[in-house]
Every structure is written in C-alpha cells, then in structure tokens.
Write a protein of this length. Structure first.
Length: 162
C-alpha cells in the first residue's frame, strides 16, 4: 500500500484531558528522535511560525534532566520548562512540560514515540493535561499550526541531512 503524500500532522482529542498528535517523517526513528533531544537540532526546527527563533535551548535527555526552551520573535517571547521522566533512545520520550506565558500553565505530561513506518517514522505524541479547562486553553492557542510549521521545517532538515 502506498504511503500518503501528505505529512501534515493529525491532532485528535481523547477523553476530557488528552491530546494525540501524529505525523509521519521520511527518515528513520533514530534521526527523528535525535532531532527531538539535541539542542543544536531543536534550535533549527522547533521554532513555530516563521519569524520566531529559539535563542535558549536546554535539553538534558536522561531521567531527571532539565528542559528549557525560549522562543522570541524579536520583540516578544515566551518559554517552556520541564523535566525528562523516561528516555528510551530512538523509541520513546516521556517528559513533563509547562509553558510560561508569563505565568506557568499546569503540567502537561507528554509521551512521544518514534515507530518505524516503512522507510520512515510515525511520530506520536500523547499529551495528558490535568483537566478539561487546561486542554481547552491549550487548543485555543492554535498550537497545531505552530507545531506543523515546526514539523515541516524538521522534515526539510531531515531530507537535507541525509
């Protein structure tokens, strides 16, 4: 069966607090995983809409390791903090994150899996928010558009880094 030519992310909700994001990449799981944990790689693609940058990127991919991503559009910015809970290199990441807008949002527990899919990878993020209100607020930000802009950038990076 032929793979879909589209690589746009798919976002669905589950129960009252879950969000599931899936997206396919034309690169093996180990490369997609590395792009999610190595600071220099994250700063290349994880910047959301055009015009934003990530001037600060702390990623310590081991249980208990810190996460801090700071984004800027040159005049405004925001940041995310968190901790890695579980790491299975090339396969799975479990972490907790909170956005600071400027006040911190409730903790969002994120499980990311990297599954072989033909010659590529199926990325699956399962986000568990603490309550329905926190999920509604997150979805209201249009986060899927920023995520897809970043993932399109990652896809281009992966294609050029062969």
């Amino acid at each position: 069966m032929a793979q879909s030519s589209t690589t746009r992310l798919d976002l669905t909700t589950e129960g009252e607090t879950g969000v599931i994001v899936t997206r396919r990449f034309a690169a093996p799981p180990e490369r997609v995983y590395r792009a999610h944990v190595e600071p220099a790689l994250l700063q290349r693609w994880c910047t959301g809409p055009d015009g934003w940058t990530m001037p600060v990127c702390i990623s310590e991919p081991h249980p208990g390791g810190r996460i801090r991503f700071e984004w800027s559009d040159g005049t405004a910015g925001f940041f995310l903090t968190g901790e890695y809970l579980e790491i299975d290199p090339g396969r799975r990441i479990v972490h907790v994150e909170r956005m600071h807008l400027p006040d911190p949002t409730p903790d969002n527990r994120v499980t990311t899996t990297f599954t072989p899919d033909g010659t590529g990878t199926l990325l699956r993020l399962v986000m568990q928010l603490p309550n329905a209100e926190a999920r509604a607020a997150m979805l209201a930000t249009g986060m899927d558009e920023g995520m897809e802009a970043s993932y399109a950038r990652l896809e281009a990076h992966l294609a050029g880094a062969a």
